[in-house]
Structure formats: structure tokens, C-alpha cells
Design a protein around this ligand. Structure first.
Ligand SMILES: Nc1ncnc2c1ncn2[C@@H]1O[C@H](COP(=O)(O)OP(=O)(O)OP(=O)(O)O)[C@@H](O)[C@H]1O
Ligand SMILES: [Mg+2]
Ligand SMILES: [Zn+2]
Length: 159
């Protein structure tokens, strides 16, 4: 039987070596690219983005990204979890999946984002690393461990 959802995904070209970030929350792919620090002057391999792709898991839409010749740093994976907690990371070697795992959103976040409250102790030039408690997971909502404020826009406040 023809799997129409698989066909939709295969419109995004396969890669020989690199990383597939799949099951990104719908609309978050550009924020994931920002986490990867992609800009035209620092990358010399192909990146393909699927935005608003039908998810084969049945529940609506997702984004996905395929990056050639690049594997992710743990710090990047941790940040992706903050905006796309269902994302899966597949490492592709010679066209096959060599490794695959899901991002993990911890209960307590240290040092990945800054507080959006300008008066917070973490924003006053003191040597205090920002910390957050995860209040809800999907979509993620973070509360500052110092001033209690809910982080309004996570992707704009990533460090
Ligand atoms: N060589 C490749 N180049 C590009 N993308 C690939 C390659 N091999 C696999 N992928 C992609 O990597 C992701 C994970 O592959 P997998 O075969 O585990 O998919 P799946 O069975 O649909 O799993 P899931 O339940 O995570 O959707 C998919 O999005 C798939 O399209
Ligand atoms: Mg799939
Ligand atoms: Zn704060």
C-alpha cells in the first residue's frame, strides 16, 4: 500500500551523512535553525526544511530539518527540547540511521535561557546562572527559579 505520509516526507531529499530533526512542533523549524546558529556565512553544506508537513503520528502537522555533514552538540539538543519537546534526532551515516533518540526536557533547566524580567537578579550583572522550573511540557512553559516569572517567549531568550 502506498503510504501518502511517507511520500510527503520523502519530498525532502535524503542525505548521506548528517542529522535529521523530526517531529518538530509545527512552526518551530526557524527557531531550531536559530539554535543551530545557521547563517549564510558559517555553513557550507545543504540544509532542507520541511514546514507544515503532515505528521504520520496522526495528530496534525509538524516541521522537520535535515542538515548535511553536521552532528548536534548536547547543548543544542537541550535547547531544541525547550521549543520542540517531541523532536527526534536521527544521525545519518552513509544514508542509514546510525543513531536515533528523542530530545529530553528536564524538570529543571540551568543556563540554557535567560529570564525575561529585566529586574531579575540573573539580569543585573551578578554572577548568577539563570535557572527555571518546567511548569508544563507541551508546549513547554518555564518559570524562573529566582523571580518566579513565566518566560514569555522561550526562543527569543535562549542563550
Ligand atoms: N538517509 C536519510 N536522509 C534523510 N532523512 C532520512 C534518512 N534516513 C532516514 N531519514 C529520516 O529520519 C527520520 C527517522 O527515520 P525513521 O526510519 O526512524 O522514521 P519513522 O519510522 O517515520 O520514525 P518516527 O516514528 O520517528 O517518525 C525520518 O524523518 C526519516 O525520513
Ligand atoms: Mg516518521
Ligand atoms: Zn527571573
Amino acid at each position: 500500500m502506498v503510504d501518502e505520509l511517507k511520500i510527503a516526507e520523502t519530498k525532502i531529499p535524503p542525505i548521506r551523512n548528517g542529522t535529521v530533526i523530526d517531529h518538530i512542533a509545527n512552526g518551530q523549524s526557524l527557531n531550531v535553525l536559530k539554535i543551530l546558529g545557521v547563517n549564510e556565512s558559517n555553513i557550507d553544506s545543504v540544509i532542507s526544511i520541511g514546514m507544515h508537513v503532515k505528521s504520520s503520528k496522526g495528530n496534525g502537522w509538524k516541521d522537520m530539518i535535515k542538515v548535511e555533514d553536521r552532528e548536534l552538540h548536547p547543548n543544542e539538543v537541550d535547547k531544541i527540547a525547550l521549543i520542540a519537546p517531541d523532536a527526534t534526532i536521527a544521525i545519518i551515516r552513509d544514508y542509514y540511521i546510525a543513531e536515533k533518540f528523542k530530545v529530553k526536557l528536564e524538570d529543571h533547566i540551568v543556563g540554557l535561557a535567560k529570564c525575561s524580567n529585566p529586574n531579575c537578579i540573573t539580569n543585573r550583572g551578578e554572577p548568577v546562572v539563570p535557572e527555571f522550573d518546567v511548569e508544563s511540557r507541551n508546549p513547554p512553559r518555564l518559570r524562573c527559579a529566582y523571580c518566579d516569572r513565566t518566560l514569555t517567549n522561550i526562543s527569543d531568550n535562549l542563550l
